[in-house]
Design a protein around this ligand. Structure first.
Ligand SMILES: NC(=O)c1ccc[n+]([C@@H]2O[C@H](COP(=O)([O-])OP(=O)(O)OC[C@H]3O[C@@H](n4cnc5c(N)ncnc54)[C@H](O)[C@@H]3O)[C@@H](O)[C@H]2O)c1
Length: 465
C-alpha cells in the first residue's frame, strides 16, 4: 500500500497448498480500515499517474513485463503451490497473464479521441477519453495471475490507479506481482494490494465514492451482490462471472480435433475455469466413436501434485469443490447416467477425471457450473435441437462448436448466445481478443482494445469560437 509493505501488526490467515494441505504462508488479514487506506493512497496517486503521458506509463508497464518474464519460474512455482495447477500450466498462465501486460503497455498509446462535425460555423466539437479514476479489482483463485493483469494492466495503461483484493486462497502470486511492480518503478499508491476479509474490504470499496470503477471476476452470486452494492455510488462495473459452456459436436466434425478440444477445455486447471466445457452435445450418429476416443484420452490423464513431472491435473481447490463434483456425479447416476471412466475421489483433494454418458438435461451437471473434472456427454438429432439446448441457460460465457463445414459453423456461432465461441478451438482466449459473457455471465469485456474502454470516461467538449 502506498509503496509500503504494511499489515505486519494485523492478524494473519494461512495459505495452504491444496496438493499437500500444508500451510505455506501467513498473510495479513486486512479489513475495512486497510481497504480505506489503500483507497486514500490510490486516490492521491491518481493525480500524478493520470498526468503521466501514455508513453511514460508504457515504459514502466514494459519494465514490469520484463520482470514478470524474468521471474516466471518462481511465480509459476508459487502459483502451483497455492493453487494446485500443474507447473506447466502455471507457466502457461504466467505467459498468458504477461501477454495482457505487453498488450496494454502498447494499447495505452492508442486511446484516441474524436472530432465531430458541428452543425453551426462557430463551434468545434471534440471527444476526449480520460481514465475513470480509482479502480477496485477483486479476483478469484483459479487464475491467480491472469485475472489480476487482465484487469490492472489496462487500468494502469489508461491512467487509473488500482486497489486489488486477490482471492484468500491465492494471495501469494498477487503479492509477488505487486513486488515486481514496485521494482518496475510504479509510483507509490498506483498499485495497492489488500489481503483479508473479502466482505469488509469489498464493502469499503463499494461505499467509497472515490472508487469510480469496480472490476470483478468470480461467481455470479457474488457478482450480483457487488453490482447491487455499486449502485449507491453509481460506479462503472465490469463483471466476469460463472460459465456453463456447451460443446456442440456435429456429425461432420473432425473427431480428433473435437476430442482434443474437449480435453483441453474440460480438464485444464482440473476443470476449474469459467470457460471449461461443461456439457457436451454430440450428434447421435457419432456418439460411440466420440465417446470412446474421449474416454481413452481421459484415461491417459495423470492426476497428482502439480510440482511433479508429467502431471496433467492437480488437486481441486478445497473440500467444497470436491463435494460439488461428487454430488453432481451422484445426482447424474441416480437419474440414469453411466460413468464411463473416473467418478471417484482418489484421496484428499484429488478427483478422477470423469466421463459420463446417458446424460439428460434434468441432471445437475447439465444445469449448473461444475468447476471440476466431469465431462457429461449427451446426444442430439438436429442442429436446431443442439442450438436450443445449448442456449437454454442463464449463463452465456463460452461455447464450443466442432464441424468441418465452416458455413454451418458460422451459422451456428451466429445464434449461440455466448460471448466467446471456440469454433474447432478448445482454447480461444488470448490477450488481444475480447473476453466476457452474455446474460448472467457478466458485463463488459477484458482483453483486446475493448478491455481498455472499461477504464475510460468519455468527455465531450463543445468549443464556441
Ligand atoms: N468470467 C470469467 O472471466 C471468470 C474467470 C475465472 C473465474 N470465474 C468464475 O469465478 C468463480 C470461481 O471463483 P471463486 O470461487 O473465487 O468466486 P467467488 O465469487 O467466491 O470469489 C471471487 C472473489 O470475490 C471475493 N468475494 C467473495 N465474497 C465477497 C463479498 N461479499 N464482497 C467482496 N468480495 C467478495 C473473494 O474473496 C474472491 O476474491 C466461478 O464461478 C468461475 O466461473 C469467472
Amino acid at each position: 500500500m502506498n509503496g509500503q509493505w504494511t499489515g505486519k501488526e494485523l492478524e494473519t490467515f494461512e495459505v495452504t497448498n491444496p496438493a499437500t494441505s500444508e500451510c505455506i504462508a501467513s498473510v495479513p488479514n486486512g479489513g475495512a480500515l486497510e481497504a480505506e487506506q489503500a483507497t486514500d493512497a490510490a486516490y492521491e496517486a491518481f493525480k500524478t499517474w493520470s498526468a503521466y503521458t501514455a508513453y511514460e506509463r508504457s515504459e514502466i508497464i514494459w519494465k514490469w513485463h520484463k520482470l514478470i518474464d524474468e521471474n516466471k519460474e518462481e511465480l509459476a512455482k508459487m502459483m502451483t503451490m497455492e493453487q494446485g495447477k500443474p507447473l506447466n500450466e502455471a507457466l502457461g498462465e504466467i505467459s498468458y497473464a504477461n501477454g495482457f501486460v505487453a498488450w496494454y503497455a502498447e494499447e495505452g498509446k492508442r486511446i484516441y479521441g474524436e472530432t465531430i462535425p458541428a452543425s453551426v460555423k462557430n463551434k468545434r466539437l471534440f471527444v476526449q477519453k480520460q481514465p475513470v479514476g480509482v479502480v477496485a479489482a477483486i479476483t478469484p483463485w483459479n487464475f491467480p495471475a491472469a485475472m489480476i493483469t487482465r484487469k490492472i494492466a489496462p487500468a494502469l495503461a489508461a491512467g487509473c490507479t488500482v486497489v486489488v483484493k486477490p482471492a484468500e486462497q491465492t494471495p501469494l502470486t498477487a503479492l509477488k506481482l505487486a513486488q515486481l511492480a514496485e521494482q518496475a518503478g510504479f509510483p507509490n499508491g498506483v498499485i495497492n494490494v489488500v489481503t483479508g476479509d473479502a466482505q469488509a474490504i469489498g464493502q469499503s470499496w463499494l461505499e467509497d465514492k472515490r472508487v469510480r470503477k469496480l472490476t470483478f471476476t468470480g461467481s455470479t452470486e457474488v457478482g450480483k451482490l457487488l453490482m447491487r452494492g455499486a449502485a449507491d455510488t453509481v460506479k462503472k462495473v465490469s463483471l466476469e462471472l460463472g460459465g456453463h459452456a456447451p460443446v456442440i459436436v456435429m456429425e461432420d466434425a473432425d473427431l480428433e480435433k473435437a476430442v482434443n478440444g474437449v480435453i483441453a477445455s474440460k480438464f485444464r486447471n482440473a476443470g476449474q475455469t469459467c470457460v471449461c466445457s461443461n456439457r457436451i452435445y454430440v450428434h447421435e450418429s457419432i456418439e460411440q466413436a466420440f465417446t470412446s476416443k474421449l474416454v481413452e484420452q481421459t484415461q491417459q490423464l495423470r492426476v497428482g501434485n502439480g510440482l511433479e513431472d508429467g502431471v496433467d491435473l492437480g488437486p481441486l481447490i478445497d473440500t467444497a469443490a470436491i463435494s460439488k463434483v461428487a454430488l453432481q456425479i451422484e445426482d447424474a447416476v441416480n437419474k440414469g447416467a453411466k460413468v464411463q471412466t473416473g467418478g471417484k475421489l482418489i484421496e484428499n483433494l484429488y478427483f478422477e477425471p470423469t466421463v459420463l454418458t446417458n446424460v439428460e438435461d434434468n441432471m445437475k451437471c447439465m444445469m449448473e457450473e461444475t468447476f471440476g473434472p466431469v465431462a457429461p456427454v449427451t446426444t442430439f438429432k438436429t442442429e436446431e435441437e443442439a442450438i436450443t439446448r445449448a442456449n437454454d441457460s442463464d449463463y452465456g460465457l463460452a461455447a464450443y462448436v466442432f464441424t468441418e463445414n465452416i458455413t454451418r459453423g458460422i451459422r451456428i456461432t451466429e445464434v449461440l448466445e455466448y460471448g466467446i465461441i471456440g469454433l474447432n478451438d478448445g482454447l480461444p482466449s488470448v490477450p488481444q481478443s475480447p473476453f466476457g459473457g452474455f446474460k448472467q455471465s457478466g458485463l463488459g469485456r477484458e482483453g483486446g482494445h475493448h478491455g481498455i474502454e472499461e477504464f475510460l470516461e468519455v468527455k465531450y467538449i463543445s468549443l464556441g469560437l
